[in-house]
Design a protein around this ligand. Structure first.
Ligand code: ADP
Ligand code: MG
Length: 614
């Protein structure tokens, strides 16, 4: 096979893949360039998750006409001159690769002007080919618009994930650069909506703007300087540990890095202070001589190697431990009240505890069971005999929809003239249900006894309800007083659209346009409000779509089922037992749980006879 030298344009397209693999990588490169140009104000505009448009405008130093033409050439950089510079600058990602890569796979327009120039320059470049260089009327600084990313490499374009996921990545890159440069003002506009307007300030203020008050009130400063490295920033107090690692940020010499090894040093400082499988949030800056950083890193990777890793590990560990110890009780914010615009209800604000609702308000015994539900013979029988008399009693037949709203404590909702009859029935029902050892429910049936494991039954009910997309009303209760919560603007912005999904998990929230908060109206009985907020946050962070992939949905349903289910040891009222049993017999699988555990035992007369033999 003859060897051919690749057409430089094709070669560049291939190389571009190293730097640009999704819209978020363009965002990262453009934002960093703006910061490198000493901009004090930077605006990012994104349309259609960056697939249609990514535009970064800055008020930085701008470029001369010559530089504006040159900057798209491969290896064009104003930041490295000699190979000495190389070791000093490579950690900052200066390779002169970004703009040439971006121009290779998109339609790019650059407008730029330096302070000393009369007119600015406009360069249009598409798929690596310069289309136009002309005068431009523009302000001092640079605006780069990247349109139709991967328009000439459809295979790559097809690899892009949903808008939701790509937008999450963009938002994350924005957040990283914004944290690393707190004195620069940043704006993020997604599909014409302003998601962030971050004003210039210190790190703490920046964190408040990005993550909301509740986290930032619990930030502990970290500051340590040794010969090898200096460490500064904040760690979150133990109480605000979260169930995921999404708020863990390291920056090395001003750039974001991922470093699980160092993260472990921080996490270990919290040992015995936070529950297992929860993680502290942190925002830590390491500054060290570039010679001590391994420069041999991949352009898109955010991992960095250090020469003295173990020493840095212990310095970091000690520094964080010291902060936790010193500042645990300190809490006052150190900047003007200006950014706190709204009263915030945090988990520590005392709120009246809502009374426990002991009865499922949506339960309607007159509902005909789903036709596809597989009934066991005995189950069907129980269902039938228990509720038969009620079905025929006209006094209590309510329209189905109304039934859910009305107080459905069947007995109490009856009209007075049927009171006596009702009481009789009630007594009968009570006899039919019996709780044994606060663990099993015994149900008397025609000539058998059904024994039901209350925890397993409830678990299977929750599990099937989640999977079938029914809202978890059976475990959800309305709160006496709605609880208010502020999510970070990025999360809020996406959450609004996913409130219906949350409802399926028994969490009913409402967005308050006035102040941008969310009001929690209903929540699963066994979940705290904080857990609901955390769940919502995780849903957005993990990407709603991934959550709905069938594998993880099953897993989630299993976890939630364990969590929400009635526990063994819990005392149940007759009404609760009745609800549970009735729901159980409407399930697809009411005999065994999703994990294969037995839910029901049937003791027939024969079984009893056998037990009494001998
Ligand atoms: P690098 O950042 O590694 O130097 P890039 O491809 O990102 O490489 O940018 C190439 C060059 O273009 C930079 O070195 C800089 O001189 C110039 N440049 C890019 N973006 C801007 C900007 N926003 N303002 C001023 N100059 C810029
Ligand atoms: Mg760059």
């Amino acid at each position: 096979m003859a060897i051919e030298v690749l057409d430089p344009i094709v070669a560049n397209q291939i190389a571009a893949g190293e730097v640009v693999n999704r819209p978020a990588s363009v965002v990262k490169e453009l934002l960093e360039n703006a910061v490198d140009a000493a901009a004090t104000r930077v605006q990012l505009v994104v349309r259609d998750a960056g697939k249609a448009l990514i535009q970064v405008s800055d008020n930085g130093c701008g470029m001369s006409r010559e530089d504006a033409k040159k900057c798209f050439l491969p290896h064009a950089t104003s930041k490295i001159r000699t190979s000495d510079d190389l070791s000093r600058l490579q950690t900052m990602g200066f390779r002169g690769e970004a703009l040439s890569s971006i121009a290779a796979i998109a339609q790019v327009e650059l407008k730029t002007k330096r302070a000393e120039d009369e007119t600015g320059t406009r360069v249009v470049i598409e798929g690596g080919i310069v289309r136009e260089v002309s005068d431009a009327v523009c302000q001092e600084g640079t605006t780069i618009s990247v349109k139709n990313i991967f328009y000439n490499t459809p295979a790559r374009r097809n690899f892009l994930k949903s808008d939701q996921i790509e937008t999450n990545h963009i938002s994350e890159e924005f957040t990283r650069v914004a944290i690393a440069n707190a004195s620069t003002a940043f704006t993020l506009i997604v599909n014409d909506k302003a998601v962030h307007r971050l004003t210039s300030g210190n790190l703490k203020k920046r964190l408040v703007e990005l993550f909301g008050n509740s986290l930032s009130q619990r930030l502990l400063p970290v500051s340590e300087e040794v010969d090898l490295v200096s460490i500064s920033g904040f760690v979150a107090s133990a109480e605000s540990a979260r169930r995921n690692k999404s708020s863990q940020y390291f920056f090395v010499n001003g750039r974001y890095m991922r470093n699980p090894y160092f993260a472990n040093a921080v996490e270990r400082a919290y040992e015995n202070l936070i529950p297992e499988k929860t993680y502290p949030a942190f925002f830590l800056f390491l500054t060290l001589p570039p010679e001590n950083i391994d420069v041999n890193i991949h352009p898109t990777k955010t991992e960095v190697k250090f020469l003295d890793e173990r020493i840095i590990y212990s310095v970091l560990h000690a520094a964080v431990k010291k902060s936790i110890g010193q500042y645990r009780l300190a809490g006052e914010l150190d900047f003007s009240k200006r950014t706190i615009e709204f009263p915030v209800v945090t988990s520590s604000t005392p709120l009246p505890t809502p009374p426990r609702v002991n009865f499922d308000p949506s339960f309607n015994p007159f509902d005909t069971p789903k036709t596809d539900a597989a009934f066991t013979e005995a189950g069907a029988y129980v269902q039938h005999t228990l509720f038969e008399s009620e079905r025929s009693s006209s006094a209590c037949v309510m329209p189905k929809e109304e039934g859910a709203k009305t107080d459905s404590r069947i007995v109490e909702s009856r009209s007075s003239d049927s009171q006596e009859e009702t009481l009789g029935e009630k007594a009968q029902t009570e006899k039919a249900f019996m709780q044994i050892a606060n663990k099993y429910i015994a149900v008397r049936s025609k000539d058998c006894i059904l024994l039901i494991d209350q925890h397993r039954a409830s678990k299977q009910i929750v599990f099937e309800h989640i999977l079938s997309g029914e809202s978890l009303q059976s475990v959800s209760q309305r709160m006496l007083m709605a609880q208010k919560h502020f999510f970070s603007p990025t999360v809020s912005f996406q959450l609004v659209e996913f409130l219906p999904v949350l409802k399926r998990y028994g969490i009913e929230m409402e967005y308050d346009k006035e102040d941008g908060s969310f009001l929690l109206h209903s929540k699963p009985v066994r979940q705290t409000a904080d857990e609901c907020f955390e769940f919502a946050q995780r849903m957005i962070e993990e990407g709603v779509e991934r959550m709905q992939e069938s594998d993880s949905e099953n897993l989630r349903a299993e976890t939630l089922a364990e969590k929400y289910a009635v526990r063994s040891g819990e005392v149940l009222s007759t009404a609760e037992m009745q609800t549970l049993v009735s729901q159980l017999f409407c399930l697809r699988n009411c005999v065994r749980t999703f994990g294969g555990e037995k839910i029901i035992l049937k003791l027939t007369r024969d079984d009893l006879d056998k037990l009494f033999e001998g």
